[in-house]
Design a protein around this ligand. Structure first.
Ligand code: OAD
Length: 256
């Protein structure tokens, strides 16, 4: 847990901020049991190849491999619960302007009660047709399994194309509206909390620097040093579920 002086300094930045942006990454959901991407041995990209699973070419080559892998991840998310960090952010947004900009494709911020959530890398459960792009919500999610299986993707009831997961793959553009909103929020916030991201995937990783250029203070919450640490005014070394409740649990009056 970070020392009290750093927690106090961050509480003071929160108290003074007129608007807060939280940029979250995979570490935000780690304490809910969802694997991150780049952590040694446990990260998804240490066990699976992004080229084989998270690109449009991978999908064209072997849709059953890709769909099965995403179904496996969907099952893990369905079985998980928001952690104390997600809950603290949702509660904090009840009495101050706070936007969550997330790289996560899970729905744990929403299930914790956050209403303003911008998904930069798409949403695991927002399936759509690969051919005609129509949304498809009726996809049965299997029970959690140890390993992914090959599963043929369902077909679009409109055009017969294959249904794909609603995520952004490498080589694809970010969804325009959430990205534009995230840029605007980053340019206008007073404080950005950067939670649980390694800060290596762009353009999301450029948002803290953009916020800083526009005058915001930056606080990093992460057990490890990252590419973004040198940019931060304060680095709180700890897990999101441990640290975030410590920052927001007290009411603004109590903190004052
Ligand atoms: P990474 O897996 O690259 O980084 C996870 C970060 O979370 C690391 O810096 C960890 O130290 C930190 N972390 C681990 N446990 C934590 C905890 N309990 N509390 C806080 N932080 C913790 O994940 P991202 O940076 O989110 O994109 O990855 C960005 C993108 O790369 C993902 O959205 C995904 C991936 O490829 C696509 O698939 C397009």
């Amino acid at each position: 847990m970070p020392d009290t002086a750093l927690l106090d300094q961050t509480r003071s930045l929160i108290r003074q901020a007129r608007s807060i942006v939280v940029l979250s990454g995979a570490g935000m959901s780690a304490e809910s049991g969802i694997a991150t991407f780049r952590q040694a041995s446990t990260g998804l990209w240490s066990r699976y190849s992004p080229q084989d699973l998270a690109t449009p070419e991978a999908w064209r080559n072997d849709p059953a491999l890709v769909w099965g892998w995403y179904l496996w991840r969907m099952a893990a998310v369905r079985a998980a619960q928001p952690n104390a960090g997600h809950l603290a952010l949702a509660k904090a947004a009840e009495n101050r302007p706070l936007v969550v900009v997330t790289q996560n494709v899970d729905d744990l911020h929403e299930r914790a009660g956050s209403r303003e959530v911008l998904h930069l890398h798409g949403e695991l459960f927002a399936h759509r047709c690969f051919a005609c792009a129509r949304r498809c919500s009726e996809v049965p999610i299997p029970a959690v399994d140890d390993e992914p299986a090959h599963v043929d993707p369902p077909r679009c009831t409109h055009c017969g194309g294959r249904i794909r997961p609603g995520v952004v793959w490498f080589g694809e553009n970010l969804p325009e509206a959430p990205f534009r909103a995230a840029v605007e929020a980053s340019q206008s916030c007073d404080l950005m909390l950067v939670v649980g991201t390694a800060g290596v995937v762009h353009p999301a990783a450029a948002l803290p620097s953009l916020a800083r250029q526009h005058g915001a203070s930056i606080v990093e919450i992460n057990p490890q040093q990252t590419e973004l640490s040198t940019l931060a005014d304060v680095c709180l070394r700890g897990g999101a579920a441990q640290v975030l409740p410590k920052l927001f649990d007290a009411s603004p009056e109590q903190l004052g």
